[in-house]
Design a protein around this ligand. Structure first.
Ligand SMILES: CCCCCCCCCCCCC/C=C/C(=O)SCCNC(=O)CCNC(=O)[C@H](O)C(C)(C)COP(=O)(O)OP(=O)(O)OC[C@H]1O[C@@H](n2cnc3c(N)ncnc32)[C@H](O)[C@@H]1OP(=O)(O)O
Ligand code: FAD
Length: 536
């Protein structure tokens, strides 16, 4: 019924909405949100209030001057009892005049690192009344007399965030394809230095260090696209089960969505930054689009759940899985490897060997965390303090788990798809899987030395494998980014345009600057000249 009322109007854009959950005082800790929605049975309305400055909603995208409705997450009070945070759909502006409604204070939060078009806003309520059916009642309800009907699963309120986290993994694949396209095309056009006096300046793409900076971004885009597809399929399956009242698989989805969102956004932000830096000064131009792209990807490390907080959510699930598995209980498919108690096998420098190695690292780290927490608790430390003192290791265990999931999914999905591909295309995709896997083995070699039987000669061989792969992938690099098929209008980059006219585009963009409208800018007459004449 509520969906019939709101969805059609949202689909045809009569309603422009946003998700108003975060407040000035709380973004992570949702149970600490201060906005209140108090039910008045006499009028069958909720009264919304922002009791403090820190209760003001702060950050919601589009809230400042665009949205006329929003989903407000507030502490629901009825019959004198606080039932915790619940979502409400609330009209905040007049649909004709767009004026804020009486009792609503709304505005722009000011300049940000990037996301300048997101129109993030603030929102405060002063005894603002909304009808009872503003409470989104799919999970919990408040009856006309104020009786609260509990949701069968309180965490279903948090479901929106799981959905967006799932989507963000695929988003990161896209952003990395943009960064890799810009930086690799530029690296094919840019010639610099003279390592061989009697030869012309080479393309910077031929420097192995440049390949090391860029090819991982290219491979990660494919790894995250494939993992994002797997995660979406998992989300659809869990959501279908939830619809029929079965929430058994929701905890696993929450845990894997948290760590994949955290790891893919962190990797995307750092790899886009590497793409920017690999383009030298021109990568620092706004017209290259790389600084804007960095601003967009780094924001994802914060929004939809701050990365550390999400990695700790996954760690919470891994520790619980370890404790469950140690009692012989079955674990979820993504966490079942934690109970592999077989002896550490002889190390193999193969994809399967490395994936198995990362699973050993994750299981080893989880076991170390459980042991440390148990030891601290036995010494009289509270569980909460023991958790906090172990939290650096818990985050590392979560990251290792996430990497194991990405490596295994990337390899399995490409192997599955390869049968339907032409041999040359299958070969190139396998090279990207190989590069991605060996890159991370080398990045985390310390963990592998701690938890597997990898030896020094294996590491040397992996380094050589990696350098050979850079050489093998080089001839196909421009073709691989062209295959992302990103139009110039989408790339929006002087460095990444398909025609490679980098220098002409840089100059064309520069000449558009208003500061180039006249040969002598007014600042000379207003400031420089008086200063030079000692008059300032
Ligand atoms: C077509 C759409 C395309 C979209 C494409 C993507 C677009 C991306 C562009 C986005 C632009 C920016 C938009 C940004 C929006 C936002 O940022 S919205 C706000 C996001 N905010 C958050 O994510 C807040 C993070 N905080 C929390 O989630 C919670 O506070 C917490 C950290 C999980 C802690 O909550 P708490 O109640 O204290 O829980 P715990 O005690 O830690 O755990 C209790 C149990 O609940 C389980 N659980 C927690 N969360 C969930 C969940 N989401 N789903 C399922 N289960 C959950 C948790 O595992 C615990 O379980 P047990 O261990 O069994 O007790
Ligand atoms: C570009 C952008 C768009 C956004 N859009 C929206 C939106 O549309 N709607 C919306 O509701 N919100 C939005 N947000 C807000 C976003 O969801 C929050 O910023 C995010 O949830 C983090 O919360 P916080 O800002 O309170 O950070 P905090 O939680 O205060 O984090 C600060 C530090 O504290 C640490 N920390 C916090 N809790 C713990 C813990 N339990 N254990 C260990 N460390 C901890 C964090 O790791 C972090 O290092 C947006 C934010 C950004 C940047």
């Amino acid at each position: 019924e509520q969906q019939e009322k709101w969805v059609p109007r949202a689909v045809n854009m009569e309603i422009i909405g946003t998700y108003a959950q975060t407040e000035l005082g709380h973004g992570t800790f949702l149970r600490g949100l201060e906005t209140t929605a108090t039910y008045d049975p006499n009028t069958e309305e909720f009264v919304l209030n922002s009791p403090t400055l820190t209760a003001y909603k702060w950050w919601p995208g589009g809230l400042a001057h665009t949205a006329n409705h929003c989903v407000v997450v507030a502490q629901l009070h009825s019959k004198g009892v606080n039932h915790g945070v619940h979502p409400f759909i609330v009209q905040i502006r007049d649909e004709d005049t767009h004026m804020p409604l009486p009792g609503v204070k709304v505005g722009e939060i000011g300049p940000k690192l990037s996301f300048s078009t997101a129109n993030n806003g603030f929102l405060g309520f002063d005894n603002f009344r909304v009808p009872r059916d503003s409470m989104l009642m799919k999970n919990a309800q408040v009856l006309k007399d104020g009786t609260y009907v509990k949701s069968r699963l309180s965490k279903l309120t948090y479901g929106t965030m799981v959905f967006i986290r799932v989507m963000i993994v695929t988003d990161m694949a896209y952003y990395l394809s943009v960064g890799a396209t810009i930086a690799i095309r530029y690296s094919a056009v840019r010639h610099q230095s003279k390592p061989k006096e009697n030869e012309p300046e080479p393309q910077i793409l031929d420097y192995v260090t440049q390949q090391h900076k860029l090819f991982i971004a290219l491979a990660s885009s494919h790894a995250f696209r494939v993992t994002g597809q797997w995660l979406w399929t998992t989300f659809v399956r869990v959501n279908k089960a939830l619809t029929s009242g079965n929430a058994d698989t929701l905890p696993e989805l929450h845990a894997v969505a948290c760590c994949l969102k955290a790891v893919t956004t962190r990797d995307a932000a750092s790899m886009v930054e590497a793409c920017r830096m690999s383009c030298g000064g021109h990568g620092y131009m706004t017209s290259s689009y790389l600084p804007i792209l960095y601003g967009i990807t780094t924001a994802a490390c914060t929004y939809e759940g701050e990365n550390t907080v999400l990695l700790l959510q996954t760690a919470r699930s891994l520790v619980k899985a370890w404790q469950k598995g140690s009692k012989g209980k079955p674990l979820s498919p993504t966490e079942a490897y934690l109970m592999d108690k077989s002896p550490v096998p002889k190390w193999e420098n193969t994809l399967d060997g490395i994936i198995a190695g990362f699973r050993r690292v994750s299981a080893g780290k989880v076991q170390d965390c459980v042991s440390k927490i148990d030891k601290l608790v036995k010494m009289g430390t509270s569980y909460e303090d023991a958790w906090n003192q172990t939290s650096v290791r818990l985050v590392a265990a979560s990251e290792a788990h996430s990497r194991a999931v990405i490596l295994a999914t990337f390899r399995a999905e490409v192997s599955r798809a390869a049968a339907a591909l032409s041999p040359p295309l299958a070969r190139v995709l396998h090279q990207l899987v190989h590069l991605y896997t060996v890159y991370w083995a080398l990045e985390r070699v310390g963990d592998l030395l701690l938890y597997t039987s990898i030896a020094e000669r294996d590491v040397q061989e992996l380094q050589q494998q990696y350098e050979d792969l850079l050489q093998k992938i080089r001839p196909n690099t421009v073709g691989l980014v062209d295959a992302f098929d990103l139009r110039d209008e989408i790339l929006n980059s002087t460095l990444g345009a398909y025609d490679g006219r980098v220098y002409e585009r840089l100059m064309e963009e520069a000449l558009k600057s208003p500061l180039n409208a006249e040969p002598v800018n007014q600042s000379f007459h207003k400031y420089l000249k008086p200063f030079m004449q000692g008059k300032l």
